[in-house]
Design a protein. Structure first.
Length: 311
């Protein structure tokens, strides 16, 4: 078998999407989202999508790039997430992709590299053999949306002063959602502290994401302010992924995140979505409780691993 490492080409989008779905079937991944990630990546990320080709067939890929520091200029921290088709594993594609990604990250001055992997014995062993140590864990939750017993959302179910809207209602000015999103993101548990995303970048990376469904993204509005929201990503195949759900600090404890997500799920089911997935950091107790209360169950576990890079 002849293995080749190279940069992504536009014609690879469908094959890379298939490899990602094979490795991470819960994610909303399409050829359109793969091509968009490459085309829209901010320059500061120094993003590359590496492709493993075996005997002329794309069997895997690794996305690698830098996280901006807390002030945009901190010490280099990279991410390198690898996907290999299930029917092509054990042949060296993953090892070659990881080695190429680490070499690239080190050349950018990265001091460490983070990577997500499915929490399965073979995947964990693969990471540990290459010097990675576990940093965080994430629970992937699934809801059978076609059969789920969702809480009712009649007019009498809304708290006083709360209105439910969708992102489509902000088509002329999405800044209210931006302000809430970046505020909530600052409270998300994680390994890397990133600087506040500028509005123009948020528009490009979040609002214009090809998987973001504006009609299914729900907002809980209080006194004209987006107090809570639930972003919805869909793939046209009946799959729904919660891109982000959160509430501003001043409005927490009132059930608004659950309300927004319930609204989104009802709309998603009506639109033909059959399965809903979400990912929660294992330390994010409040969001895990909301999802379990909505009927989600654990479908998979993922681990985030980190390796120090020598220079």
């Amino acid at each position: 078998m002849t293995m080749t490492m190279r940069d992504f080409r536009a014609a690879d989008a469908a094959a890379v999407a298939e490899a990602r779905r094979s490795a991470f079937p819960h994610l909303v991944t399409t050829d359109r989202t793969v091509a968009w990630e490459v085309a829209s990546a901010p320059e500061a990320r120094r993003y590359r999508l590496l492709v493993a080709e075996a005997d002329g067939r794309v069997v895997g890929a690794c996305e690698v790039g830098l996280f901006p520091g807390e002030n945009g200029d901190g010490p280099g921290v990279a991410c390198a997430n690898t996907s290999v088709r299930a029917d092509a594993r054990g042949r060296g594609a993953g090892s070659a992709l990881v080695a190429a990604a680490e070499e690239y990250a080190a050349g950018l001055g990265a001091a460490k590299v983070f990577a997500w992997t499915v929490d399965e014995p073979a995947c964990v062993a693969f990471a540990e053999r290459r010097g990675y140590r576990r940093s965080r864990s994430c629970r992937i939750l699934r809801l059978d949306l076609a059969k789920a017993d969702l809480p009712p959302l009649g007019a009498d179910a809304l708290p006083d002063g709360v209105a439910l809207r969708t992102a489509a209602d902000l088509a002329d000015d999405p800044r209210p959602l931006y302000e809430t999103d970046v505020a909530v993101m600052a409270d998300e548990p994680g390994d890397v502290v990133e600087s506040r995303m500028p509005y123009a970048e948020w528009l490009a990376r979040t609002w214009d994401h090809p998987a973001l469904d504006h009609e299914l993204t729900s907002l809980a509005v209080v006194d004209g302010r987006v107090a809570a929201f639930s972003l919805a990503h869909t793939d046209g195949r009946g799959h729904y992924w919660s891109g982000m759900t959160g509430t501003l600090r001043a409005y927490r404890g009132r059930g608004l995140a659950k309300l927004a997500k319930t609204h989104s799920l009802h709309r998603a089911r009506a639109a033909g979505c059959a399965e809903a997935f979400t990912g929660n950091d294992s330390e994010n107790g409040p969001m895990l409780a909301i999802n379990v209360g909505l009927g989600y169950t654990v479908a998979a576990l993922e681990g985030r691993y980190v390796r120090e890079l020598g220079h």
